[in-house]
Write a protein that binds this ligand. Sequence first.
Ligand SMILES: [Fe+2]
Length: 309
Amino acid sequence: MSDDEMVEVTRSLEKYYKNYTIYMRSPDGKGYFLYKQKGVPIEAVRIKEKRHPDKLYITLQDKIKEVTAFQRKYNAQLRKEIKSNPAAAKEILWKTMELSLAEPRTQILQNIKETIDIVVAEYLETPAVAANLLEVSAKDYSAAIHSVNVMLFCLGLGQYSQFSAEDIKLLGLMGLLHDVGKIKVPDEILKADRDLTVRETKILRRHTEHGYRIIKDGQLDLRVALSALEHHERSDGSGYPDGKLGNEILPQSAMIGIIDAFEQKTSCRPGRTPLKPIEALTAIREEVGAGKFDPEIFKTFARSIVGLH
Ligand SMILES: [Fe+2]
């Protein structure tokens, strides 16, 4: 088995020790050995006292099966809660995105489409659902929470722009997955509580290209991959990774770019005071004036969020 086919599970071993076949690395580091068969439990004390090899693994196939089972469970819960219990529904959305963004493989990305279907179906019937979900705030800010918020603003913008249900779903999916490439950026850069060095900034910016590749390898609409690639491009060519100009950027990528900026300015993140929606819009309007964002898209977005706050 190659490294690509194995997933390390040492940190949450309790979850895996019973129902999964677990592997360890061979001493020469070139392959994997069986550590224990599926169905054979490891004594709890061994886990507690870390009496096992430093790193243990399950197959990627098992991991995908596990994540898929959770996604199904969460989607069923979401269907139940989304109408009447926004707090529970948002919690479920966070959990499912946390799980999915941590292992963004084809099958798992494909399953997220079902999550979007559930949210959009409810949203089209009861638009207040998006506002209710946005009102629920989180204690700890995370990538999953950011992606869910961006998705919710996408639904508002799609609806306000009179997109078809299919196009609203597409935009919502782009919102959920725009930062999926961050899985390839080391945590110490993502969570750095200081200014990044030039080298670190370069690595962080690569999340756009990673995201493009991850999504492109799956079976989703190519535009979802493009929006992951282009959401940091700016109309005047000052964005990254390619310095594309306004007319070269997919309109949906430009929408995600504005929403991403808005969400970052208005969300509660450690060490930063969130701006009020109107303050965030004013700040972004300045960037529109400087040629960074498309004025028409900005106008539509600004109007679309009036109904949400
Ligand atoms: Fe990003």
